[in-house]
Design a protein around this ligand. Structure first.
Ligand SMILES: [Zn+2]
Length: 632
């Protein structure tokens, strides 16, 4: 197979319109982890897979609010049947109904009914928010995360929480209702309050009324919180070379109805990719060398137990593509498609394949779907991101290169993320990209030169970028930055060579190797540096990650206000990516200085040694990192 053959066949078979139909079917289910609606969505997808004769299995893991997998405690099961919040006085009006806006009931809310006064406590996440306020027996209006608000509010005697967006979160959408959950552990069931979520516009009328006198509300929720099950759906399209490493595609299926882009879109597209590959293989249009494994999961909470019980399969994976928010309409939302590349801790040739493929797909008329956009695709290749399942695989426990495909979206985690915001052409283009990537290792013998060219282009750009970053830098020299960038790109080259060796394809890498060194030397000369070898890892303590698996969310919630503000400002990046990559680099062999320089290269801005030192100390305080001396 050649690249062109793959693009032609995949574009012909993969349907953006069918993918969007799947989005609508999945979006109809209220898919909170460990709830009946999630299981209904699993069965919906399973039914389609079976219709296409794609073998699949459902795995069951406990949702008991206590079982731990790699530092992550399982959530509790929850089921909700109905709920409403009404204002009784000074005027009577309906605020939210679960059957109209599912986000109106905060996930994991307890069941019950209460008529009570409302009181505003602002964010509601620290003691000062409650000082001098009588909240006993009342509904507290809050803007903070319900899992942080709940313990304090309940401690102060509140019976329920009403979440509303800050002005910044609401932005130009005053009617958006946010999705949120309490995420209680088994020991916290009794302390979980009633929870509602309303819009900024509604909150503003309540806040205005509260300035003139009491506001009475009536709320009711029919729900159960307790032990349940988490389900992971796994499918596999077998390849012809059982000894070749597999490709793994994953999408989280969770979130409330509709949550169309986040992430009915990824789940639906994964299903359409599975159908496309199975159909093309069946029709003899393509020969699948490597097996392709597909997972539909409760985000993190299903992925972690699955990898823990399938370590051999994960270790036998070449790379992971995580599809998370892949259908955003360019007309209605205007956000570009984003590839969050694999981090430097897992150097891989995969990163070199996105730009050339997207340039090929972006205005290919064969990727336009009926009723989809006809605009040229807008896309960005970004630094790594955290926040979703790909980080489980890139953790040093497995070290599998893993990337995320997604979009920014002002409506994500709100009730306005509905099927109207999903574009079939965008789905098709991302689907063609993902399916082509999954098949690309199978073209190695025919496409060696093209792929080598792509790799050279990527690596030269990376070296040039490191040079630009080093300009005007005081703490590190041009030599150091260029040296690190060159080492990283040599590792990427080695990953390509390994791929060719494994397929017994002869190839001489010396040409590319020389080109990379020459580029480094030319830039060194331009910048007035010498070719002297610098070693960023030769002095200072050597931090080592002291736990297995990705850092749990609980880490950020456990920090003092001051530490948390510092981490969020200096060391977080996209969804915690800087902290996660720092931990990936803490292998007991790299110094804090070496880690700071690598993070700077990765994220394209200077992360000082002082910042890295303080961040690693904060991680050390919580026992997440050990600081070893070089001798010991
Ligand atoms: Zn998502």
């Amino acid at each position: 197979m050649t690249l062109e053959q793959i693009l032609t066949e995949v574009s012909r078979e993969l349907s953006g319109a069918l993918a969007k139909q799947n989005v609508a079917r999945i979006a109809a289910h209220h898919r909170i982890q460990g709830s009946p609606g999630f299981d209904d969505a699993v069965n919906e997808i399973k039914g389609v897979l079976e219709r296409w004769h794609i073998p699949c299995t459902v795995h069951t893991y406990p949702a008991d609010g206590k079982t731990k997998t790699y530092s992550w405690a399982a959530p509790l099961g929850w089921s909700v049947r109905s709920g409403f919040l009404r204002q009784l006085s000074p005027k009577e009006q309906s605020l939210v109904r679960f059957d109209e806006i599912s986000q109106g009931v905060i996930a994991h809310s307890r069941g019950g009914t209460a008529e009570a006064e409302a009181i505003d406590v602002g964010e509601g996440t620290c003691l000062a928010d409650y000082a001098g306020k009588d909240v006993i027996g009342k509904y507290v209006l809050v803007t903070g995360k319900p899992q942080e608000v709940a313990p304090l509010a309940v401690d102060h005697g509140a019976i329920g929480i009403i979440l509303y967006p800050t002005a910044k979160r609401a932005g130009e959408w005053p009617d958006l209702v946010q999705y949120a959950g309490f995420w209680p552990q088994a020991s916290q069931i009794e302390q979980t309050p009633l929870g509602f979520s309303i819009s900024r516009r509604q909150a503003d009328t309540l806040l205005a009324a509260l300035r003139d006198g009491p506001v009475r509300l009536a709320g009711s929720i029919d729900a159960d919180l307790g032990p349940g099950n988490l389900h992971v759906l796994e499918a596999r399209i077998p390849g012809h070379c059982p000894q070749a490493k597999e490709i793994l595609l994953i999408s989280h299926l969770c979130h409330p109805t509709p949550s169309a882009n986040d992430n009915a879109s990824g789940s639906a597209l994964l299903l359409e990719i599975a159908r496309t590959l199975a159909q093309l293989a069946k029709k003899g249009k393509l020969k699948l060398d490597r097996s392709i494994r597909l997972l539909w999961v409760p985000e993190f909470y299903g992925t972690l137990p699955w990898v823990a019980l399938h370590r051999q399969q994960v270790e036998n994976t070449l790379f992971v593509l995580n599809l998370d928010m892949v259908g955003q309409s360019p007309e209605r939302l205007g956000e570009p498609f984003r590839v969050s590349r694999a981090p430097g801790s897992t150097p891989s040739v995969l990163n070199a394949w996105f730009e050339p493929l997207l340039e090929r797909i972006e205005d290919d008329p064969n990727t336009i779907a009926p009723r989809g956009t006809r605009r040229t695709m807008q896309w960005r290749l970004d630094p790594p991101s955290g926040g979703s399942d790909h980080v489980v695989f890139s953790d040093p426990l497995f070290g599998v290169p893993a990337v995320m495909f997604g979009h920014g979206d002002p409506l994500h985690h709100t009730h306005l993320d509905d099927v109207d915001m999903v574009d079939p052409t965008e789905l098709k283009r991302v689907g063609v990209l993902a399916a082509t990537l999954a098949l690309l290792p199978g073209t190695l013998s025919r496409e060696t030169d093209r792929l080598a060219g792509w790799l050279l282009r990527y690596s030269l750009t990376a070296i040039q970028r490191s040079f630009e970053l080093s300009l005007g830098m005081k703490e590190a020299s041009i030599e150091e930055f260029l040296g690190l960038a060159l080492t990283l790109e040599e590792q990427r080259l080695a990953s390509f060579k390994r791929l060719l060796d494994d397929a017994s394809i002869p190839w001489d890498e010396s040409g590319l190797r020389q080109a990379l060194t020459a580029a480094r030397d030319a830039l060194l000369k331009t910048g007035g540096g010498s070719a002297a070898k610098y070693d960023a890892d030769n002095e200072g303590p050597l931090p080592r990650k002291a736990f297995e698996g990705p850092l749990p969310y609980a880490f950020f919630l456990s920090l003092s206000k001051e530490d948390r503000r510092f981490m969020e400002r200096e060391f977080t990046g996209p969804y915690g990516a800087i902290t996660l990559e720092a931990l990936n680099l803490c292998d007991g062999k790299r110094t804090v200085r070496g880690i700071a320089l690598r993070l700077s290269l990765e994220f394209g801005h200077w992360i000082s040694i002082e910042t890295a030192t303080r961040a690693l100390e904060i991680l050390g305080k919580g026992g997440w990192v050990e600081l070893c001396s070089p001798s010991g």
